[in-house]
Ligand binder design. Structure first.
Ligand code: HEC
Ligand code: HEC
Ligand code: HEC
Ligand code: HEC
Ligand code: HEC
Length: 450
């Protein structure tokens, strides 16, 4: 596949290059060098909202993330450097492509515009050559690609339309997908958001079903996209999901609020309370109806998502499952009814291992995505159901789904090996999905909520 490139750019670049040649070093340049285009600060005068949104995003955070840095440090040590630029290749792709790092250990000493997933990285992408491990081809033609078919000329950079960036075109998922699919050196697909999406309903080229990564993660609103430009569809660059910064970071508060409002409606939940003679009294249904891939997805071996269910009798707890204090280990907890969604990694001896480079195989336990909109197709019902033995004496039952970016057991490993500051580990706390927060009381009778 290749993106369509509007003709006429070559002439524009030639014109810009001619102007640039007349200017001395040090005077303001009316045309960009690659270094100018790589610096997100140069975009701010014309694309203030995109810059602000991106600055708070996990893409800006990707190489600042202290947990990433700790994990990468341990990966290098454990593999005697064999891991090379694998991690930095996605978390600091410009630095790797320019040969500024061979192991990702010197990222902090590089200029900010070489770290993270930057404007320039996404907007100079022309093509993908594989479905995983960041197989993106970049152009050095100084033309920025986007979803606008008739971009207005501007004094700074050349622009062109590309299907790889157009959230209405299925091709665009490949731009995100090849980074959001990680295959480790042993060939284990340890992060698979793209592969999952490709099997989902949302990858069908059918109106009413089709939703690219951008379609969900970059919602649009009507506004100019450049200072003084015409009314367009402006696409959100905050891209919230699960992860939030655990160090002081731009837009941290609004990003956290975005993450919460993205998670709240993600699942559809139902809790049914039955008379005790019908067996386990509480039946919970969880439906991943609106997520374009598994829940959880991506770094699902780091993530822990689970059901918290509590039964009360006169405000005294008579039953509980999935109740964890912040920082308490989850996947190793003694909780026989725990309903946990998380990937487990194994080494070649089938022993559980915490980190993606150690995995020889994995087990995926997730709420699966929708694959068909046809109610007559047996695959239509993909919700999961579980029952819980809540004593019939309970007069109030509450539930909610919770998710934490890292299992405390993973962070504990990094603290133990001296790679992660325990104060950082403490900052990682679970979130709850508002739409799954349900309550039943005796007064409702034996029935389902909502
Ligand atoms: C193909 C690209 C790619 C490669 C290679 C890659 N990552 Fe990532 N990494 C990602 C993406 C995309 C995410 C976001 C996934 C998600 O949010 O679920 C991520 C997320 C993470 C996170 C979680 C971030 C957070 O704070 O929640 C950590 C930690 C991490 N990666 C470490 C590593 C390490 C260590 C390596 C190398 C051994 C590595 N990654 C290799 C793309 C990559
Ligand atoms: C001098 C103002 C100015 C600066 C500085 C600027 N841009 Fe633009 N950019 C524009 C204008 C004007 C458009 C066209 C908007 C339109 O047609 O609605 C545009 C369009 C774009 C497009 C869309 C292209 C398409 O066809 O879809 C992208 C992507 C883009 N700019 C990225 C950037 C990035 C990244 C930077 C910083 C490296 C940057 N711009 C700096 C003015 C600017
Ligand atoms: C992770 C990749 C990625 C990064 C990083 C990124 N963009 Fe974008 N950007 C896109 C995609 C994809 C679109 C088109 C979305 C669509 O059509 O749904 C887009 C659209 C745009 C547009 C066209 C108007 C619009 O909103 O559709 C502009 C301008 C733009 N981006 C500027 C920037 C600037 C400036 C930065 C850095 C501060 C940046 N982008 C960072 C992927 C990215
Ligand atoms: C160069 C590789 C790369 C590309 C291209 C890329 N991403 Fe990412 N993305 C990452 C990495 C790495 C992270 C995690 C950074 C961290 O937290 O350490 C991430 C994080 C995210 C997150 C936040 C996940 C969470 O758990 O909170 C979302 C959502 C996301 N990306 C969506 C997209 C979309 C949509 C696109 C395409 C428009 C895209 N990404 C393109 C590498 C990439
Ligand atoms: C139909 C809407 C939809 C589509 C399509 C979609 N996503 Fe998501 N995505 C969500 C929602 C909602 C969440 C938050 C719930 C969750 O974490 O799974 C999410 C979460 C994520 C996360 C964080 C996962 C985690 O648990 O850490 C990543 C990474 C991500 N999406 C990347 C992608 C990529 C890449 C694509 C395209 C290949 C994509 N998404 C397509 C709706 C969508």
């Amino acid at each position: 596949m290749s993106s369509r490139v509007r003709s006429g750019c070559a002439a524009l670049i030639a014109a810009i290059a001619a102007v640039a040649a007349c200017h001395d070093e040090g005077t303001p340049k009316p045309s960009p060098s690659i270094a100018d285009l790589q610096d997100p600060n140069t975009c701010a005068s014309c694309h203030a909202s995109q810059v602000k949104e991106w600055q708070g995003s996990m893409h800006a955070y990707a190489a600042e993330d202290p947990i990433f840095l700790a994990m990468q440090k341990r990966a290098q040590r454990e593999t005697n450097g064999q891991i090379g630029t694998l991690c930095a290749g996605c978390h600091a792709p410009i630095a790797v492509r320019e040969g500024l790092t061979t192991d990702g250990q010197n990222l902090a000493s590089l200029p900010a515009q070489k770290r993270g997933v930057t404007c320039y990285f996404c907007h100079s992408a022309t093509d993908t050559t594989d479905s995983h491990n960041n197989a993106i081809t970049l152009s050095d033609d100084l033309v920025l690609r986007g979803d606008i078919r008739d971009p207005k000329a501007n004094a700074f950079h050349a622009s062109t339309y590309s299907t790889l960036h157009d959230g209405d075109d299925l091709h665009a998922s490949a731009l995100c997908g090849t980074c959001h699919d990680v295959v480790n050196p042993a060939g284990v697909p340890v992060e698979s958001s793209f592969a999952e999406w490709q099997k989902s309903l949302f990858s069908h080229d059918v109106a009413g079903q089709k939703l690219t990564c951008q379609g969900c993660h970059m919602p649009g609103h009507d506004a100019p996209v450049a200072q003084g430009g015409p009314q367009r569809r402006a696409h959100d660059h905050t891209m919230p999901a699960v992860d939030v910064a655990v160090i002081p970071f731009a837009e941290a508060e609004s990003q956290a609020a975005e993450v919460q409002s993205n998670l709240d409606p993600a699942l559809v939940a139902k809790m049914c309370v039955r008379p005790p003679q019908q067996g386990d009294t509480v039946e919970v249904t969880l439906d991943n109806a609106f997520v374009g891939h598994n829940f959880p997805s991506g770094a699902a071996h780091d993530r822990r998502a689970w059901l918290e269910l509590v039964g009360y009798q006169a405000d005294k707890i008579v039953y509980q499952s999935g109740v964890f204090a912040d920082g308490q280990e989850i996947s190793t907890a003694k909780d026989p009814s725990l309903w946990l969604f998380s990937d487990t990694l194994y080494d070649k001896d089938k022993k559980v291992v915490p980190f993606l480079w150690q995995a020889a195989s994995q087990e995926v336990v997730a709420l699966p995505f929708a694959v068909t909109s046809d109610p007559k197709d047996p695959a239509f019902y993909h919700a999961k159901v579980r029952t819980f033995p809540v004593p019939a004496s309970a007069d109030r039952i509450t539930m909610r789904v919770r998710i934490v970016a890292f299992g405390p057991e993973i962070l504990g490993e990094l603290v133990k090996s001296g790679d992660l500051d325990p104060a950082i580990a403490k900052k990682v706390v679970p979130l709850s999905l508002g739409g799954t927060t349900l309550e039943w009381k005796t007064a409702l009778g034996y029935k389902c909520v909502p």
